[in-house]
Design a protein around this ligand. Structure first.
Ligand SMILES: [Zn+2]
Ligand SMILES: [Zn+2]
Length: 123
């Protein structure tokens, strides 16, 4: 693959040479774009009236606590594979699991840490 020529960063006053328009410091953050709209999916009828309640009826106990032999009432319906704005994954009932708040927060924090290290390695 032919590499693009080095050009000065498009940010006004920045003379850093780059191949993608902006230097690493001024590169716009595109990663956040998807997250803005899929949060509203949790307000949709299919989630509130169907997917979430039916999952909690099927599995009323936290799946993670269950692995440790504990019975904790689940309050959060989680996506096993993070859907990241993928509607098919979001509505896939086999991709759902019930979690308590503690385990859901823990999983979310872990995913965000992984995401950050991925983005860090990119530069
Ligand atoms: Zn720059
Ligand atoms: Zn739990």
């Amino acid at each position: 693959m032919a590499s693009k020529p080095l050009r000065p960063c498009k940010h006004p006053g920045c003379s850093e040479l780059t191949r993608d328009g902006y230097c690493a410091k001024h590169k716009p953050k595109h990663q956040r774009k998807a997250s803005a709209d899929y949060h509203s999916w949790y307000g949709k009828t299919i989630w509130k009236r169907k997917l979430r309640p039916s999952q909690l009826i099927h599995e009323p106990w936290c799946a993670e606590c269950d692995k440790q032999g504990m019975r904790t009432k689940a309050t959060v319906v989680d996506h096993v594979r993070p859907h990241r704005g993928d509607w098919t994954l979001f509505t896939d009932e086999t991709n759902l699991q019930s979690l308590c708040k503690y385990h859901h927060d823990k999983k979310t924090a872990l995913e965000q840490a992984q995401e950050r290290s991925k983005n860090g390695a990119f530069f």
